[in-house]
Design a protein. Structure first.
Length: 320
C-alpha cells in the first residue's frame, strides 16, 4: 500500500505543479486509526496529507458537484465503485469531463472500521497496511493485526463488480481480478421469499428507526436535484389518504427517484446512523432491472442509458 500511496502523492503533486488542476480531492488519515476523511489539497506541499489503504471507504464523487461551476480543474481519487458515480454524473450532465482529472486506484476492498476499531487499542497509531490476498495486514504502534476480508470487509466489497476503475485519466497500482465472496443478490433473494405482509413488516420496522437526518440523500452521488422535494416548506409528498408512515414514503420515494441511476456504491448504508439496510432496497431494484431488461449496473461504462430512461420494442409489458 505504501508504494501506491507514494505514487498517488507524486501524481497529485505533478498535477498541481503543472497547473493542470487547482484542487485534488482525495483521502486523508482521520482522527481514528481505522478511519479516513476527505481532504482538499490546493498546493504541491499539501500532497503529503494523501493516504491510501483499506480504510478509504468514502465515495468522493459527490464533491465534484460542489465544484462544477468553480474556475479551474479538479482532480479526484476514485475506486472502482466511485468511478461508476463519476460516469453517472457525466451522463447526467452534472459535471464537465474537461474539468475533471480522474485518478483511479484499483481497490482490493474496504474494511468495516467499527469491526477493526473493536480489535485494535484506541491509542494505537497506524503505520502501514498490506493486502495479503484474502486478508489485510494492519501494522500499528500496538502491534500487527490480520483481518480476514470475508469477515471484516464492507458487504458491498464482498460482492464487488469493479475492483478496477471503469474510467480514469491516471491509474495507480496493478489491475485486480474480480473476486466475490458471496452471491451478489443473496440477501435480496432471502427477502423475496417472504410473503407480502412479512415484507411490509420487515421494512416498516427498519424505517421506524429512521431519524430523517437525510445522510443517505446527502451522500448519494446521483441525488443532485438543486431543490429537493423533502426540503420544501409546505411538502405535498405525504397524502392523508395513504396508510404509509412519512419515513416509509421518504425511503420508497428516494429509491424510485434513483432507480436506474443508482451505482450501488453502498454509501447510503455506510452513513446511516441507525444502520437501516438501505442498500437492500436499491439492490432489489437493481435485480429487477437486470431480470426484466438485462440492465447492467449504472455507471459500468460511459454513455449507458438508464433502463427507465429508454424504450425497446422487446421490453416486457406484463402491466399492459
Amino acid at each position: 500500500m505504501m508504494d501506491v500511496m507514494q505514487q498517488l502523492r507524486e501524481q497529485a503533486k505533478k498535477l498541481l505543479e503543472e497547473k493542470k488542476v487547482d484542487l485534488v480531492i482525495g483521502f486523508g488519515q482521520g482522527t481514528e486509526l481505522a478511519r479516513t476523511t476527505p481532504v482538499f489539497i490546493d498546493s504541491p506541499e499539501g500532497v503529503s496529507a494523501l493516504t491510501w489503504g483499506p480504510f478509504c471507504a468514502n465515495n468522493l464523487a459527490k464533491y465534484l458537484v460542489d465544484y462544477k461551476n468553480a474556475e479551474g480543474n479538479v482532480a479526484i481519487v476514485v475506486k472502482g465503485c466511485d468511478s461508476r458515480s463519476v460516469i453517472r454524473l457525466l451522463d447526467d450532465n452534472q459535471i464537465s469531463r474537461d474539468k475533471v482529472v480522474i485518478i483511479g486506484v484499483p481497490c482490493a476492498g474496504q474494511l468495516e472500521w467499527q469491526k477493526v476499531a473493536a480489535e485494535i487499542k484506541p491509542d494505537a497509531v497506524l503505520k502501514e497496511t498490506a493486502d495479503n490476498g484474502d486478508s489485510f495486514l494492519v501494522k500499528t504502534s500496538a502491534g500487527d493485526y490480520t483481518f480476514n476480508k470475508k469477515d471484516y470487509m464492507l458487504h458491498r466489497c464482498l460482492v464487488c463488480e469493479n475492483p478496477n476503475p471503469v474510467i480514469s485519466d491516471i491509474t495507480i497500482g496493478k489491475e485486480l481480478p474480480v473476486k466475490n465472496y458471496e452471491e451478489r443478490f443473496a440477501e435480496v433473494q432471502e427477502l423475496e421469499k417472504l410473503g407480502t405482509d412479512d415484507k411490509s413488516a420487515y421494512w416498516d420496522k427498519q424505517f421506524s428507526r429512521c431519524l430523517r437526518c437525510y445522510a443517505c440523500r446527502n451522500v448519494c452521488s446521483v441525488c443532485t436535484c438543486q431543490i429537493c422535494v423533502f426540503d420544501q416548506m409546505k411538502p405535498m409528498w405525504v397524502s392523508k389518504r395513504t396508510n404509509l408512515s412519512e419515513n416509509t414514503v421518504f425511503h420508497i420515494t428516494r429509491a424510485f427517484h434513483v432507480a436506474g441511476r443508482c451505482v450501488d456504491c453502498g454509501e447510503c448504508d455506510r452513513v446511516c446512523p441507525m444502520d437501516i439496510p438501505l442498500r437492500k432496497l436499491n439492490q432489489k431494484i437493481h435485480k429487477d432491472l437486470g431480470d426484466l431488461f438485462d440492465s447492467p449496473t449504472p455507471g459500468s461504462k460511459p454513455g449507458l442509458l438508464s433502463a427507465l430512461g429508454e424504450f425497446c420494442p422487446g421490453d416486457p409489458e406484463e402491466f399492459m
